[in-house]
Unconditional design. Structure first.
Length: 82
């Protein structure tokens, strides 16, 4: 089964920002809606998008070992006794 949250590290931050934008839209829709079912759906979708945004921000902040800067690894030299 493919992980739907599997996003390359370079694209994680822009996608998290997009999720935050969607979150704001859903929250605004929940507040402006006069219909109860639209408000309920907006709250549910806003919670889902906020969770996805937090997961992607965590991926960017903590990196989860999924992305290694190749230029940095070429510059690292270990001492001879290792």
């Amino acid at each position: 089964m493919k992980n739907r949250m599997a996003v390359p590290h370079e694209r994680a931050l822009p996608q998290a920002m997009a999720y935050l934008f969607y979150y704001l839209i859903f929250v605004a829709l929940a507040f402006l809606s006069q219909e109860r079912w639209i408000t309920t759906l907006s709250i549910v979708f806003s919670v889902i998008t906020l969770i996805r945004a937090i997961r992607l921000f965590a991926k960017v902040m903590f990196n989860h070992g999924e992305y290694i800067d190749e230029e940095l690894t070429h510059r690292i030299e270990l001492p001879r006794n290792y």
